[in-house]
Design a binder for this molecule. Structure first.
Ligand code: COA
Length: 90
């Protein structure tokens, strides 16, 4: 159970954001408030370090996580997309 996060600087918005790379709660511990508690802790760290927002990605197919995040009040971003490049491409 845990979360992995790091700070990033958004040069378009001129703001520090906290990027959540992963959030995971053990199957047996789900629906007992652990995920929300982890997100609250990350939010408090974000405030401490002066980050404006927390940002992360969710697979379209992950309906449970989508519901969970929307329940927290999170909004979908529509003006940004992911890109990837094979490590051996350059
Ligand atoms: C998504 C995940 C982190 C949620 O963790 P959790 O500990 O079960 O969530 P919580 O118990 O803190 O739930 C918080 C709220 O979300 C809601 N929620 C959680 N799971 C839900 C589900 N399966 N369906 C509907 N609502 C759900 C809860 O009802 C609760 O609402 P409330 O505050 O109104 O009571 C957990 O399901 C998980 O680890 N999933 C696998 C990994 C994953 O998909 N991570 C996200 C990657 S983007």
């Amino acid at each position: 159970m845990g979360t992995f996060s790091h700070l990033g600087y958004d040069s378009d918005a001129a703001a520090v954001n906290l990027h959540i790379v992963d959030l995971y709660v053990d199957v047996k511990a789900r629906k007992q408030g652990a995920g929300k508690a982890l997100m609250s802790k990350v939010a408090s760290i974000a405030r401490e370090v002066g980050a404006r927002e927390m940002i992360w990605s969710v697979y379209h197919a992950n309906k449970i996580a989508t519901k969970f995040y929307e329940n927290l009040g999170a909004q979908r971003i529509s003006d940004v997309f992911f890109m990837k490049l094979r490590a051996d491409a350059l």
